[in-house]
Design a protein around this ligand. Structure first.
Ligand SMILES: Nc1ncnc2c1ncn2[C@@H]1O[C@H](COP(=O)(O)OP(=O)(O)OP(=O)(O)O)[C@@H](O)[C@H]1O
Ligand SMILES: Nc1nc2c(ncn2[C@@H]2O[C@H](COP(=O)(O)O)[C@@H](O)[C@H]2O)c(=O)[nH]1
Length: 197
């Protein structure tokens, strides 16, 4: 494997996707996004094959049975998400670093599997009220979905100490700069350089 693995995890609505979109504009980071598979329906302007591979439950199960996932989780009841081996190979094989947006359990499983070739970054919301405001302002989810995601946030935040490092997404430009610095340190000097920061 040539490229390394950058894992971003956070409660829903914290800003992972927004941060990743900004990071992808920085060519010196040499990032390629791992497009996950999911059994949920597209949301807002999401595009199949760009944001996710949107699969039916049957198609998702077929990929599990065929051993095509590096990891997968039922993140919310009835909705599964997974990282495809083909995505890991596509990006890391090209020499780019693979950046992925996965839930806390998926993040720790990837970390266990790839060890010091992977850095696990937990993105922390400033507080729950801000998180709720972000989820509601995004305008892509039903009230019920937002409640379900908020209800899980504190549980997910409890995993933060198990990550290599934590970044608070209060100001977006500051958080993007901080994550970018950590990726540069990891890519150049390895995991020790990130854990000490
Ligand atoms: N620092 C910030 N300040 C204010 N708004 C922000 C900030 N970061 C992200 N947002 C906004 O918060 C909303 C949620 O962000 P985003 O969709 O990136 O979250 P996410 O963590 O990827 O969520 P999910 O896990 O549900 O995909 C978006 O509307 C985004 O524009
Ligand atoms: N374990 C995995 N979790 C994943 C993957 N792709 C996304 N996710 C996580 O799911 C939730 C919800 O995402 P949303 O797009 O429906 O808001 C979020 O925590 C993502 O990080 C994956 O491949 N594996």
């Amino acid at each position: 494997m040539k490229g390394k693995i950058i894992i971003l995890s956070a409660p829903s609505g914290t800003g992972k996707s927004t941060i990743i979109t900004s990071l992808m504009q920085e060519p010196d980071l040499h990032l390629g996004f791992s497009i996950s598979a999911t059994s949920r329906k597209p949301r807002g302007a999401e595009v199949n094959g760009k944001d996710y591979f949107f699969l039916s439950e049957e198609e998702f199960q077929k990929k599990i049975d065929g051993g095509e996932f590096v990891e997968w989780e039922e993140v919310y009841a009835g909705t599964r998400y997974g990282t495809l081996q083909s995505e890991v190979e596509r990006v890391t094989g090209s020499g780019s670093h693979l950046i992925m947006d996965v839930d806390v359990k998926g993040a720790l499983n990837i970390k266990k599997r790839f060890g010091n070739d992977a850095v696990a970054i937990f993105v922390m919301p400033p507080d729950i009220a801000t998180l709720e405001h972000r989820l509601r302002s995004r305008g892509t989810d039903s009230a019920e979905t937002i409640e379900r995601r908020l209800a899980k946030a504190e549980f997910e935040m409890g995993f933060a100490p198990q990550f290599d490092t934590v970044v608070v997404n209060d100001s977006l430009p500051r958080a993007v700069a901080e994550v970018a610095d950590k990726i540069r340190a990891f890519a150049t000097c390895g995991i020790e350089a990130v854990c000490r920061r």
